[in-house]
Design a protein around this ligand. Structure first.
Ligand code: PPS
Length: 300
């Protein structure tokens, strides 16, 4: 599969538009027919997240779990976004996600999506594929999203922090409202045991515990040494310094503005929200989030 990194054509920032009730940009709808008709296989593992919730982290953990030992060369030769195709993406400089996924030689295939649950191609449900969903608290999620949108031209113009925060609260973000995304997947999980719902904050707090839960869901029983290798390899500092996981070789990202592996913390929101913004956000949050069983932590 050819990924042409020499194509330096400067992308212009895309506009948001309504797509089946969800704000989107053309990068995620241009290939929609093939996305909707994508043929999942029963052993595919779908990694589903709202943008900036820890997608790359969980992708790398899964890749290490499945292929860390059997295909060590993969770890040094193939960037994570080529190992784990981004299903709905069609960035034009890369082959579309569906094509990369179709050509993946691995079994299982690890496939990334940011789609809200109602837009997932139906073959994933028909094939009863396992889904690993990672959710991150809204305040850290919006901060991470803001810095990401500042540094990459494939996202709409972020504007200043205050406007961005308001847009997030209004749900006018690529892939729609955070509130609906995390709740929609949470509710789907209640009737679909093939969904494993994880929290970024839990992973930060105790990766060993979270890895045990994940392995038990996947039916994997790695040795103590293997688990240690996965935990060590997926530690923020190691992923940040690893050119296969830190996105340093992706065109269209300006690391002088912000790095992809930026802080990797819970609670960075406190460095961004003013007291007034935080109070307004909390008040709005209470109105939007009405499932008492879905609780997030903004500190650990
Ligand atoms: S994307 O573009 O949606 O795929 O981004 P995503 O990978 O979901 O989110 C990026 C944020 O996740 C942080 N990250 C990590 N945190 C802790 N530990 C590890 N290993 C790790 N890997 C990635 C990354 O730093 C981004 O968060 P912020 O808050 O911006 O640092």
């Amino acid at each position: 599969m050819e990924f042409n990194m020499e194509n330096t054509e400067r992308p212009t920032r895309p506009l948001l538009f309504d797509f089946h009730g969800v704000s989107m940009t053309h990068y995620f709808t241009d290939n929609w027919e093939k996305v909707q008709n994508f043929q999942a296989r029963p052993d595919d593992i779908l990694i589903a997240t709202y943008p900036k919730a820890g997608t790359t982290w969980i992708s790398y953990i899964l890749d290490l779990l499945y292929f860390g030992q059997s295909a060590p060369e993969r770890q040094t030769s193939l960037p994570i976004y080529q190992r784990v195709p981004f299903l709905e993406s069609d960035f034009h400089v890369f082959p579309p996600g569906t094509e990369v996924a179709d050509k993946l030689p691995t079994s299982p295939r690890l496939i990334k999506t940011h789609l809200p649950v109602q837009l997932i191609p139906k073959s994933f449900w028909e094939q009863n594929c396992k889904v690993v969903y990672v959710a991150r608290n809204a305040k850290d999620n919006v901060v991470s999203y803001f810095h990401f949108d500042r540094m990459t031209k494939v996202e709409p113009e972020p504007g200043d922090w205050n406007n961005f925060l308001q847009r997030f609260m209004d749900g006018k973000m690529v892939f729609g409202p955070w509130y609906d995304h995390v709740t929609g997947w949470w509710e789907k999980k209640q009737t679909h045991s093939i969904i494993h719902y994880m929290f970024y904050e839990d992973m930060i707090e105790d990766m060993g515990r979270e890895l045990d839960g994940l392995c038990s869901f996947l039916g994997l029983s790695p040795s103590v040494e293997e688990k240690e290798r996965v935990i060590e390899g997926s530690h923020f500092d190691n992923m940040k310094n690893n050119s296969m996981t830190n996105y340093s070789n992706v065109p269209g990202m300006d690391f002088k503005i912000s790095r992809f592996m930026r802080k990797g913390k819970v609670g960075d929101w406190k460095n961004h929200f003013t007291v007034t913004q935080s109070e307004q956000f909390d008040e709005h949050y209470q109105r939007k989030m009405n499932n008492p069983n879905l609780q997030f932590r903004t500190v650990v």
